[in-house]
Design a protein around this ligand. Structure first.
Ligand code: KG4
Ligand code: ZN
Length: 345
C-alpha cells in the first residue's frame, strides 16, 4: 500500500509519500515547511499565525512530496494513479492548524475517490521508530512508549498495534514546554530545547541544581511547572549577564532535572509491565542527554531502547504515514473530522 500522509497539527506543514514493502516502511519523500522563524519573533506559537502559514504552504508541500516539484498537475496525476489512501493527523493539536490538514485531505479524498486513514499525532510520534525498519525485526511488543513533545509528556504501554494503554502523564507543563519556558526567561529563542542542549554541553556540571519533581512518587505522573518556577526564581536572584557561565549551568541543571525524571519513570514502567523494549518519540527525543542516559541505564537492565532518527523526532508526515501503514483502518472522507482534544482514544 502506498500513502500520501499529511501533518499540520501545530506549526509545521508536512507531507510524505511512503509505502510498506514487505515488512519494511519505505519513506520516498518527507517534505516539511516550518514557520519557526515567525514564532521565534513572537517568543512562541500564536495559533492564528501558524494556521495562516499552513494555508499558504499546504498545497506546495503536498505537490513536492508527490512529484518532487511544485507542479500541481503532475502531483494530482500521481495521486490519482499511484496513491492508495491518504493518512492525516486529526488530533490533538491547534484547531486552525488541524483544520488545514484535515480539510485538505478530505477534499483530495473526495476529488480522487481515496479512503482516509485518520491518525492520532501523539501515537504517531512513537511510530516514528518504525520508519525504514522491518516491523517485526527489532521492535517487540509489549513495549513502553514515552512521548515527550512541546505539548505532551506521556507514558503508555503498547501490547500490539492499536492496543495501547495510558499509564500516566504530565499534570501541568510538558517536558518540551519546560525547556521552552525556561529558555524564554534566559532570553533564548523559541523553541529553546535544542539551544539549551547545546549550552548545557559547555557547563560546569556541579554548581547549579534543580529538583526533579515527582521523581520518587510511585506513579507515572510528571510535573514540570515547578521546575520552571524554580529556574525563574534562580535567574531573578542572579546576574546572568555579568556571570555568563551561569547560563550554561542553568541549562545543564534544567536538562538534568528533566532527563532524570523521564529516565527513572520510563524504566519503572518497563519493569512494572515486564517490557524488554522502550520506544521514545516527540521533539524532546532529539535530546542527546536523554538518549545517552536512557540507553545506558536500560542496557544494564537488558532493555532495548529505540529513538527515531533525529529528523523524525520533531513533527513530520512520515511518522503519520507509518502509523497508518501499520494500522490501516480506512474511513470515508465524510467520517473524518479534526479533533483538537483527542487524547488516547
Ligand atoms: O514534537 P514536537 O516537534 O512538536 C509538538 O508536537 O509539540 O516538539 C517540539 C518540542 C519543543 O518544545 C522543543 O523545544 C523540543 O521539542 N525539542 C527539544 C530538542 N529538540 C526539540 N528539547 C530538548 N532537546 C532537544 N534537542
Ligand atoms: Zn508533535
Amino acid at each position: 500500500m502506498k500513502l500520501l500522509a499529511i501533518e499540520s497539527s501545530c506549526d509545521e506543514t508536512s507531507a510524505s509519500v511512503l509505502e510498506k514493502v514487505g515488512d519494511v516502511i519505505k519513506v520516498y519523500t518527507n517534505i516539511t515547511a516550518t514557520s519557526v522563524d515567525l514564532h521565534a519573533k513572537t517568543g512562541g506559537i500564536i495559533p492564528e499565525n501558524a494556521a495562516r502559514m499552513q494555508v499558504k504552504y499546504i498545497l506546495p508541500v503536498i505537490a513536492r512530496a508527490l512529484s518532487g516539484d511544485e507542479d500541481w498537475e503532475k502531483a494530482t496525476l500521481i495521486l490519482k494513479n499511484d496513491i492508495d489512501a491518504i493518512a492525516v493527523t486529526y488530533g490533538p493539536g491547534l484547531i486552525g492548524s488541524l483544520l488545514v490538514g484535515v480539510e485538505t485531505a478530505r477534499t483530495l479524498a473526495y476529488t480522487f475517490d481515496k479512503p482516509i486513514i485518520p491518525v492520532n499525532h501523539l501515537i504517531a510520534h512513537i511510530y516514528a521508530n518504525f520508519i525504514q525498519k522491518n516491523e517485526y525485526h527489532e521492535i517487540r511488543f509489549p513495549f513502553v512508549g514515552l512521548i515527550v513533545s512541546g505539548g505532551h509528556t506521556d507514558l503508555l504501554i503498547f501490547r500490539d498495534h492499536g492496543d495501547y494503554e495510558w499509564l500516566g502523564g504530565t499534570r501541568d507543563d510538558a517536558a518540551g514546554e519546560a525547556f521552552d519556558k525556561i529558555g524564554r526567561v534566559l532570553g533564548l529563542s523559541y523553541p529553546a530545547g535544542p539551544e539549551i542542549e547545546k549550552l548545557a554541553s559547555g557547563a560546569n556540571k556541579t554548581d547549579v541544581k534543580f529538583s526533579s519533581p515527582l521523581i520518587r512518587e510511585d506513579n507515572f505522573d510528571f510535573s514540570f511547572s515547578g521546575l520552571k518556577t524554580e529556574a525563574a526564581r534562580f535567574i531573578e536572584k542572579h546576574d546572568i549577564v555579568k556571570h555568563k557561565t551561569l547560563v550554561a549551568e542553568i541549562c545543564y541543571a534544567t536538562q538534568k532535572s528533566i532527563v532524570d525524571v523521564l529516565v527513572r519513570k520510563t524504566i519503572k514502567a518497563a519493569e512494572k509491565y515486564n517490557c524488554r523494549t522502550v520506544l521514545v518519540g516527540g521533539g524532546v527525543s532529539a535530546n542527546q542527554s536523554l538518549r545517552e542516559n536512557l540507553i545506558t541505564k536500560c542496557k544494564d537492565l537488558g532493555i532495548a531502547v529505540f529513538f527515531p532518527e533525529k529528523m523524525y523526532s520533531t513533527d513530520n508526515a512520515a511518522m503519520i504515514g507509518t502509523y497508518a501503514l501499520l494500522n490501516p483502518i480506512n474511513k470515508n472522507w465524510k467520517a473524518v473530522v479534526a479533533n483538537p482534544e483527542l487524547y488516547f482514544a
